[in-house]
Design a protein around this ligand. Sequence first.
Ligand code: ZN
Length: 182
Amino acid sequence: MLTEITPGADGPFFDIAYATANNITGTPIYGRGACFLHPRAAEAFHRARAAARAIGLDLLVFDAFRPTEAQWKLWQALPDPTFIADPRLGSTHGRGVAVDLTLCSPEGVALDMGTGFDEMTVLSYHAAAVAPEARRNRLLLLGVMAEAGFVHNEFEWWHYNLPDPDQYPLLTDAAAGTHMMP
Ligand SMILES: [Zn+2]
């Protein structure tokens, strides 16, 4: 029921942070780094990627479907609803309709967005006063994603999801058959 998006030598590029120790818990959360999206979100992702490529860029994915089991691990590490969705309420990632990503060069080098993925500071707010080049890059990403049908998140420049996410069911790793959890 979810569609897997796979990386390619010529993009899209992946840096699935929760499959590495480079996340707020300090240990890998996923057993394998994978990008699964609801078919509607996957179609929108492909539209966004085509738009990025049309302006000489590509997409670099940090996270997509996040099984409910993984959301619990993040919540236990940082139970702050400003940055982590309460797993009892569910997150847009748990519904397969959200993707965390950035723009990159055709070789996969990320553009400067002023802060890194999951950097929990007000500078990560979409409209934050970061340097002009980073601001321009955030707005380029916004344009690419909005045209494809995604909506942005005012607190995280890297986060995009489909409109009306609550209409999509929350899924566990087992229910989705994604085999992402260790
Ligand atoms: Zn996100």
